[in-house]
Write a protein that binds this ligand. Structure first.
Ligand SMILES: [Fe+2]
Length: 195
């Protein structure tokens, strides 16, 4: 995305800290081994605002981290929370946390649900890019994933995160290229060229 190393580092820290507001939410709700009800969900939805309150007074070099925590459950279409912001009102960093968080949720086993296959994740990304996710962020995500599957990265971060049997380069690369080319037709040539 053309970010500096420092900005990327700040983004990674936002990734670690974005849910810190869950500290104020009852532990039973956080650890519920079932889908929570509406009342519990309202309680859980306090966590982005609480995270902002916790992170704001801290002096650190990455000024946007409190806002990334506050807005990581907003959606492009304005149906998110806490403030119902839309597209350009949502900080780019918060949009990145949203996608990373959703990808993590989909690819991690939960007490009430096993993780989705990569093909299912792609279906979800296709459906929700626009209403929920920013296309710019999804494209960058796809490029990063493709780069790793093409063996062009020094470190295999996705592999480490997902375990060695989750992704299959030959099977999954076409799915990513397809999604990328739908989001940005000029990307297909680049992706195929780099493969
Ligand atoms: Fe969250």
């Amino acid at each position: 995305m053309g970010w500096s190393e420092g900005e990327v580092e700040g983004m990674a820290i936002a990734g670690y800290l974005h849910d810190v507001g869950k500290l104020v939410v009852e532990r039973d709700i956080i650890n519920a081994p079932y889908r929570i009800d509406a009342k519990q969900s309202k309680e859980l939805n306090r966590h982005p605002g609480a995270g902002f309150d916790i992170l704001s007074p801290i002096h650190h070099p990455y000024a946007d981290i409190p806002l990334m925590a506050k807005y990581h459950h907003e959606r492009m279409d304005g149906c998110g929370y806490p403030d119902g912001l839309t597209d350009t009102q949502i900080p780019l960093g918060a949009k990145i946390v949203t996608l990373a968080d959703s990808f993590d949720a989909m690819t991690t086993d939960r007490p009430y649900k096993t993780r989705r296959t990569f093909a299912e994740v792609i279906v979800d990304l296709r459906k929700n890019t626009g209403p929920q996710f920013d296309p710019i962020v999804v494209q960058a995500f796809c490029r990063a994933l493709l780069k790793e599957l093409n063996g062009e990265t020094a470190e295999r971060k996705f592999l480490k995160m997902l375990g060695k049997n989750y992704l299959d380069a030959e099977r999954d690369k076409p799915l990513i290229v397809e999604l990328l080319s739908e989001l940005d037709p000029s990307a297909r040539a680049a992706a195929v060229g780099g493969a």
